[in-house]
Design a binder for this molecule. Structure first.
Ligand code: BES
Ligand code: ZN
Ligand code: ZN
Length: 492
């Protein structure tokens, strides 16, 4: 899909179809050309109306917020995707001090909404749409977007949405194909395609040498070797060092604490955190963000076999903390424990881990929200606020000392599961906190993406399957942090 910004009124642009957004049922706006037929067609400015003869599609939205625009574009795309259309045109909807966002949202809506994982389908749906023409004529007459801003909006929208679709392709890939070695190959390709990114791959011998015994225990019964993947991007004059850590379980059957079949299905998506870390560094380098960024990916399967690690085992992690294994299905935190320890040797200014860590997070927040945890309330709120315009949903979950008590162990420093059946997302976060050094406590954020990372049915502009959850939220956060003075303030 090619996006172009054209400095002509919408009516003067040639295209096979036009998309018109109807905001807050305002049918009197000058962009609306078919008001006379609306009553007959029962269109009151909400929902989608496609006028095939006129080659126009109207989509009603409550307001002009970024996520309303993304959803509207997704609806318009779904309505016209089967037509033999090569180009569409749409006006601008710029409306704030930083007018880049609405245009970026149009681009994101198209790229995210048109994603399909059809590799294994014998018949593939082909869409002929190639070109999206965005007019500089603006819906709000008192605001406008110039060509320079539009260029930035298009470029950023493309980078962020393409990074998300890149992740979806990897996460949707089957566990037979997508192994820890495949993840390592993909990381190497990311580095090969962008000279600003470096990639180091570490094997089992390295993990042994580094005493990453918690990570190794999870891998033990897998027929496939583990990999620790370290990607880095170091621009000159970087203002901050940010380290991402991702849970990369290419399959999680639960180990000896075997998952029931219904719960095992979809566990190819347990690698989402690591794939997000890979996609984020790829996009950050393309955006040329002024931060030194590292992505540490812990890649392994959690399988079952004669040499499985066992409930009752005690593991000594890289940082010396002893862990009583009480459930082998709480494996992500074991891999992360060692990866977080490794990551802190880099002395980050900010440390963020992403993991499909707990079913409890999905039960607590619903399947659409990311759980944000950590010790620094201010940092968590800042992250949530700056990431919000991505449209990704999140909820801050606070740690407390009573829950901290529940992962105490009688024979080791901590147990890998809580003694209580409640608060499982938070107790997993508290477990990880045991691997964060005192000097980094306030610099760390844990994101539990178990809910939104993979869905068995489509929602918003997400298709069924992988969503790339957390990628855009983090990229919006990084972008906002890089240009503090642009508020992205929005009018409702
Ligand atoms: N990978 C799962 C968590 C998960 C569940 C991700 C649902 C996505 C959707 C994780 O390794 C796991 O199995 N966690 C256990 C922890 C429990 C044993 C304390 C869980 O949530 O049941
Ligand atoms: Zn598990
Ligand atoms: Zn898992």
């Amino acid at each position: 899909m090619k996006f172009s910004f054209i400095e002509k009124n919408i009516n003067d642009i040639e295209a096979d179809f036009e998309i018109i957004l109807v905001i807050d049922k305002n049918l009197d706006h000058k962009f609306i050309k078919d008001k006379d037929s609306f009553e007959f067609l029962n269109f009151d400015g909400s929902g989608t109306l496609i006028l095939t003869e006129k080659k126009r599609v109207y989509v009603g939205i409550k307001n002009s917020e970024a996520d309303s625009i993304r959803k509207a574009i997704n609806s318009a795309y779904s309505a016209i995707k089967s037509y033999k259309i090569r180009s569409v045109k749409i006006a601008s909807y710029a409306h704030c001090d930083c007018p880049v966002l609405p245009t970026q949202s149009i681009v994101e809506g198209f790229i995210l909404g048109s994603y399909e994982f059809d590799k294994y389908k014998s018949t593939k749906q082909t869409c002929t749409l190639e070109e999206i023409k965005i007019s500089n004529e603006n819906y709000f007459e008192d605001k406008k977007i110039d060509a320079k801003m539009a260029e930035v909006a298009i470029k950023h929208g493309e980078i962020m949405a393409n990074a998300t679709n890149f992740a979806k392709d990897k996460i949707n890939e089957t566990p037979e194909i997508y192994t820890p070695l495949k993840m390592a190959q993909d990381a190497q390709s990311v580095a090969k395609e962008n000279s600003k990114i470096e990639c180091k791959i570490f094997d089992e011998e390295f993990l042994k040498k580094e005493n990453m015994n918690a990570f190794l225990a999870v891998n033990r019964s897998s027929a496939l070797p583990p990999r620790l993947i370290h990607l880095s991007y170091k621009p000159t004059n970087a203002t901050k060092k940010i380290v991402f850590v991702g849970k990369g379980l290419t399959y999680d059957c639960g180990g000896l604490s075997l998952k029931p079949s219904d719960y095992m299905l979809t566990m190819k998506s347990d690698k989402s955190g690591a794939i997000c870390a890979m996609s984020i560094i790829k996009a950050a380098a393309e955006l040329e963000l002024p931060f030194e960024i590292h992505s540490i990916l812990g890649a392994t399967e959690n399988m079952i076999g004669g040499d499985s690690f066992k409930p009752d085992d005690v593991l000594i992690a890289r940082n010396g903390v002893s862990i009583e294994v009480r459930n082998t299905d709480a494996e992500g935190r074991l891999v992360l424990a060692d990866c977080l320890s490794y990551a802190q040797d880099l002395n980050p200014d900010l440390l963020i881990d992403m993991a499909t860590l707990t079913g409890a997070c999905v039960v607590g927040l619903g399947q659409y929200s990311i759980g944000i945890m950590g010790n620094n309330s201010e940092l968590m709120s800042e992250f949530k606020e700056k990431g919000k315009k991505s449209g990704e949903l999140s909820t801050i979950l606070e740690f407390n000392d009573y829950l901290r008590e529940t992962i105490k162990s009688k024979i080791a420093d901590i147990a890998n599961i809580s003694s209580s059946r409640y608060g499982g997302a938070i107790t997993a976060g508290i477990f990880l906190d045991h691997f964060i050094k005192d000097e980094n406590k306030d610099k760390w954020i844990h994101l539990d993406i178990a809910g939104p990372s993979y869905s068995e049915s489509a929602w918003g502009y997400n298709q069924a399957g992988a969503t790339g959850a957390s990628i855009r939220m983090i990229l919006y956060f990084l972008r906002m942090s890089a240009m503090q003075n642009c508020s992205h303030g929005e009018r409702k």
